[in-house]
Design a protein around this ligand. Structure first.
Ligand code: ITT
Length: 196
């Protein structure tokens, strides 16, 4: 079974990805099993940052790596918080990020938004052809937080097709619909086209 490092320090992402990848047949080692500094995410796009994180993990572990760079794009905020989603409120965490988002949207009528996720697989640090997969999840930003599941902006993200907040979804359902679920499905197809 090929061994890969899951290059993320976000426990929410680990819980949404590790088991799926293991069930797919990969031996997944979380980044927390190693002791190395976080990658510097100074790219200007989700793709660039995902590649930086995967390459960094390959360099420090000698293993193939899977990284996820993701975030929330809000139309009325010209795409913010976007690639800065994790640190929107200056690193104060998810609750502060959600509060800031509500404040920024207080006088806006358009609350359309989407989650973006780019997942990258790199065989080694010099891999010139990383596998790049992308998923998008369309929705709206609510006026107040609801739900305890998930992480990040899930309490504020309304999923129109399910008529609920993402943080109200059981984890198995989020794993069917989300931006990350879509990118993961593509990754599985790219690694093993027979798997669909
Ligand atoms: P790593 O870089 O270590 O993977 P991170 O949390 O810093 O962890 P990102 O830079 O990709 O990762 O930022 C992603 C942020 O976007 C995340 O912290 C959340 O605030 C938000 N986000 C991404 N996917 C989400 C999801 O499924 N539900 C809610 N919020 C999400």
């Amino acid at each position: 079974m090929p061994k890969v490092v899951l290059a993320t320090g976000n426990p929410g992402k680990v819980s949404e990805m590790q088991r799926e990848l293991q069930e797919f047949g990969l031996e997944v080692v979380p980044q927390s099993d190693f002791d190395f500094p976080e990658a510097i995410e100074d790219g200007l796009s989700f793709v660039e940052n995902a590649i930086k994180k995967a390459r960094h993990a390959c360099q420090h572990t000698g293993l193939p790596a899977i990284a996820d760079d993701s975030g929330l794009e809000v139309d009325a905020l010209d795409g913010a918080p976007g690639i800065h989603s994790a640190r929107y409120a200056d690193g104060l965490g998810d609750a502060a990020n959600n509060e800031k988002l509500l404040t920024e949207l207080a006088d806006k009528s358009n609350r359309d938004a989407r989650f973006q996720c780019v997942i990258v697989y790199m065989k080694h640090a010099q891999d010139p052809t990383p596998i790049i997969c992308q998923g998008t999840w369309e929705g709206h930003i609510a006026k107040q937080a609801v739900g305890e599941n998930g992480f990040g902006y899930d309490p504020l993200f309304i999923v129109p097709e399910l008529n609920c907040h993402s943080a109200e979804l059981p984890s198995e359902q989020k794993k069917k619909f989300s931006h990350r679920a879509q990118a993961l499905a593509q990754l599985k197809l790219s690694l093993d086209p027979q798997s669909s």
